[in-house]
Design a protein around this ligand. Structure first.
Ligand SMILES: *Cc1c(COP(=O)(O)O)cnc(C)c1O
Length: 403
């Protein structure tokens, strides 16, 4: 076997399909969100970022930065061990308590990322619950799919956000068999929102547990940033709520919140939790400050929704094909991987605007798109500049306008 040739061929395939990934080499400018410096061909220039998942700019919020500085000075850089062997810092304990309260659950457990939290929790539940069947929404995130797959338990895919299809599939199993329904609240590529109460009704009728990924909603929805389940008053109905500290909370890490027995079970049996070094105390301190701030402040959430509504309105007025979404995520359809990359290259080269193209397999082929994420810190001028740049590019490339 010629190993090098194998790897090169696989990469060439990606180039040919127009979906080879190129990372923008950025330096974020603390205090100047959403502006960043891009490094390209040995030069640098300032650009406006329109695709960050630091949805509220909390990654540069003074409250968060002060907490991180203070924790570094107090505790140093790393955690120094796994949670079990000298790595549990007091900040981890405080943060887990805060997250449990945020979701109205008895307990919470931290992981090094949201990806790891899904992988670890679903793997552990799926592999250790006897004869468990996991029912997974067809658009679930890769981290949930990997967790379910690695558990090697039986898996059923139900139609996206469809309680009737879920009901039909659950009906095929005895009521006393272990079952888990896994889904998300805000789906990050279309920006649509799950009917959480209806899915819980169906799960309850079949005595199934529920597992909700609120990664794109924590900090952003609900009176205290507890996500869509808090906004809809249904957090108590979910067995497990999973979230990230890296998106709206602006730092890093992931978690699950649930009853103390479920959390203790995952804590005690998950190898992806047990055998890895704990999150650095400074990150835990920063996340704690961010969660606390957003539990008590509505300003960022209100402004976020207003900015998203304004951006959608301006883009639609310019005839751009904005995909309908009830959330803060603003997808704009291009429908071809190469054209999608052309659009984003032109935005960067001509207009100093950074948007990453979203291509297969992140979205289905033929639905390649721009995924815009307005924040409370994007100004009217930045919205206008983006809208007119896209209008000119759509015209120059002869792209389809809104129907
Ligand atoms: C980003 C994402 C994750 C992973 O969270 P990280 O903290 O970035 O690892 C999990 N679920 C969904 C739906 C996501 O979009």
């Amino acid at each position: 076997m010629n190993y090098e040739e194998f790897f090169r061929n696989k990469i060439r395939n990606l180039h040919e399909e127009g979906r080879y990934r190129i990372f923008a080499d950025l330096e974020r400018q603390s205090g100047n969100f959403p502006v960043a410096t891009v490094h390209r061909d040995g030069e640098t220039r300032d650009i406006v970022v329109w695709c960050s998942n630091d949805y509220l700019g909390m990654g540069q919020n003074r409250v968060v930065l002060d907490a991180i500085h203070e924790a570094i000075d107090k505790c140093g850089a790393g955690a120094g061990g796994t949670r079990n062997i000298s790595g549990t810092n007091h900040y981890h304990v405080l943060l887990e308590k805060e997250l449990a309260e945020l979701h109205g659950k008895e307990s919470a457990l931290l992981f090094t990322s949201g990806f790891v939290s899904n992988l670890a929790a679903l793997h552990t539940l799926g592999s250790l619950l006897p004869d468990c069947v996991i029912f997974s929404d067809e658009l679930n995130h890769a981290s949930m799919i990997d967790g379910i797959r690695s558990s090697r338990t039986e898996k059923k895919i139900f139609k996206h956000n469809d309680p009737h299809d879920l009901d039909r599939q659950l009906s095929q199993y005895p009521k006393n068999q272990a079952k888990l329904v896994a889904f998300e609240s805000v789906y990050s590529m279309d920006g649509d929102i799950a009917p959480i109460a209806e899915l819980c009704d169906v799960a309850d009728a079949h005595n199934a547990m529920t597992y909700l990924d609120e990664v794109h909603a924590v900090g952003l929805y609900g009176a205290n940033g507890g996500g869509v389940s808090q906004r809809d008053g249904v957090a108590h109905r979910l067995t497990v709520i999973e979230g990230t500290l890296a998106k709206a909370f602006g730092v890093m890490g992931g978690y699950v919140a649930a009853s103390s027995s479920v959390v203790d079970f995952i804590r005690s049996y998950s190898s992806a939790f047990i055998f890895t070094t704990a999150l650095s105390p400074a990150l835990a301190a920063g996340a704690l400050a961010s969660v606390r701030h957003l539990r008590n402040s509505e300003v960022e959430r209100a402004r976020h929704q207003e900015r998203a509504a304004t951006l959608k309105r301006r883009l639609m007025a310019a005839g751009l094909p904005v995909m309908q979404s009830p959330s803060h995520i603003v997808p704009v359809l291009v429908g071809d991987p190469t054209l999608c990359r052309n659009v984003t290259d032109l935005l960067m080269d001509r207009y100093d605007i950074y948007v990453q193209p979203i291509n297969y397999p992140t979205v289905p082929r033929g639905t390649e798109r721009l995924r815009l994420t307005p924040s409370p810190l994007h100004t009217d001028e930045q919205i206008d500049a983006l809208t007119s740049a896209l209008g000119e590019i759509w015209h120059d490339l002869g792209l389809k306008q809104a129907a």
